[in-house]
Design a protein around this ligand. Sequence first.
Ligand code: UDP
Length: 406
Amino acid sequence: MFTPRLTQVQDYEPYIGSEAVDRILSKARAFEHLHVANVNSTYYGGGVAELLTSLTLLMNSVGIKTGWRVIQGAPDFFSITKKMHNALQGGEINLTERKCRIYEEVIYENAVRNHLDNHNFVIIHDPQPLPMVYHYKKRGPWVWRCHVDLTAPNRELWNYLSPMIEKFDAVIFSLKEYRQNLKTPQLFFLPAIDPFTTINRELSEAEKDERLEHHNIPTDLPLVVQVSRFDRWKDPEGVIRAFKLARKEVDATLVLLGNVATDDPEGPQVYESLLDQQEERTIIKSVQDTALVNALQSRATVVLQKSIREGFGLTVAEAMWKGKAVIGGNVGGIRYQIDTGVNGFLVDSVEQAAEKIAWLIRNREKREEMGKKAKETVKQKFLLTRLLEQYLDLFGSFETIYRFLG
Ligand code: UDP
């Protein structure tokens, strides 16, 4: 039988050095008594599930019992929480009593069946499971980890959620800019990628060919790629328009690859709305295939993430890890990854995106030079061991507080 093996912190040694490995392992030893629960709303599709898949395993590998629960709900529940997600990113919401009741009832039901009473550290991800905090007697800190772009949250929704958020012992946002007016202490952790997953590990050329062929993706012309959930905030229409403009200057194939998360009922509509723009050189695919994500990101001449709101944007770091100079929307967490003109480009319009697509296709040497810097940026700042260490430090700071309180 195949013997499965978990990634260990030691596997990161070639990237982070042995001193960092030893430091992390020695910090982790202090927390073997912890029993951590993470709660989110989808087991795949989207960055939170991607992060939890890797981070929960890495935490277990260093001896910290770390679990992951996914809340359940019918489509009407997820249609409400998706509206909340949109409103936190600045959209409108008609927050009726009916919606609030469904939201709170479904979360109560999830709380009843999840039994988080014996965990001594609970991390709730994003707004969907937020009210769970009301339904348990805490045995340790509860932390709210919000991954969305909070540049301009809808005030009505924020006022409704604030009392729930203030029941937590700390909140973690991705960027300092997302700081809110809250009584709860606020921390800022940038997300990170796991270089050993199917999305990020190094594929052989044959493996890449096989995946691209399997999905009928032509490789005769340079590939221009955006990989992201079918979501308006990712601006897929803008990518198609930019590509059309760029094609007046250069020849290429556009591939928009996306998936739909189980907590996002708007995804299929967004996908379908794009389909009449498909043509021979504009390929739009809705398929869940992480090896294809890897093959596309590593074979692409140009990778885009033209979001108009983006909490962080793991896809940016993923492509940069593969040595790509990414063209990213000048928003949220993308700004923390791309140093424009150095390791990629930040753009504010379709026209700028088009210009950069053509420039990158034409300038191979510069493109490759920027791509090398992009990979180095990820190695320095966006590998999962950095995030693991931030969590260990957070556990440590709570231990100090709890000891102080007796
Ligand atoms: N992803 C995927 N298949 C797809 C589209 C996205 O596996 O068709 C992955 C992508 O590689 C990344 C995650 O889903 O790991 C998306 O995370 P990101 O932070 O970019 O965006 P989010 O969906 O969380 O807004």
